[in-house]
Write a protein that binds this ligand. Sequence first.
Ligand SMILES: [Zn+2]
Length: 234
Amino acid sequence: MQFKALREQVVEANLELVRRGLVVYTFGNASGISRADGLVFIKPSGVPFEELKPETLVVTDLNGRIVEGSLRPSSDLPTHVKLYREFAQIGGIVHTHSSYATSWAQAGLEIPCFGTTHADYFYGPIPVTEAMERCDIESAYEENTGGVIVKRFRDLDPVHMPVVLVRGHGPFCWGDSPLKAAQNAVLLEEVAKLAYRTLTLNASAAGISTALLDKHFLRKHGPGAYYGQPKPVR
Ligand SMILES: [Zn+2]
């Protein structure tokens, strides 16, 4: 099975997590999907990042059934496929235990939007899921992790908010491609660090206004975007 470009990008997305210091040892994983074929390409479980190659990725269908690959897929695969099934617009997913974002997840706190760095990429506070129930932990844990994320997004747009904190666990991030998902994981970690320091300096710091949030997010995203260079017309 080919999919050369997608395989290479999934490997690159995994390596980007290492380059940016978001993972230690084998924590963390990235995947990508070919929507036209309904095929998911994900990191194999427990394989060191430096040994990852395009041909060693595990290929599954949208229900997590292995289509190709001799290694076991990342144990988080059921979370990934659940999110691919529920969020039709996304093309890549990344999961890490990056320090600052995971600290917020462990504190059970959403990350307030304290400044324009946050507002440039995330449209509002970074959501945190509710705690998982015992029954959801004891069976189908990884799929149910996807379930609490989907539940938290009942009134949120996964395109405007491409990251979430799973309470007591860590961040899941996505984007229209695997590399975009990795980039969002990097940006989330930076925003989580800034927010932590903001509250350290001023425990009663307030979030920015809706006007400033709208200005910064909407000038980069959506139909009225004007930041950067226009996309070339093909
Ligand atoms: Zn994890």
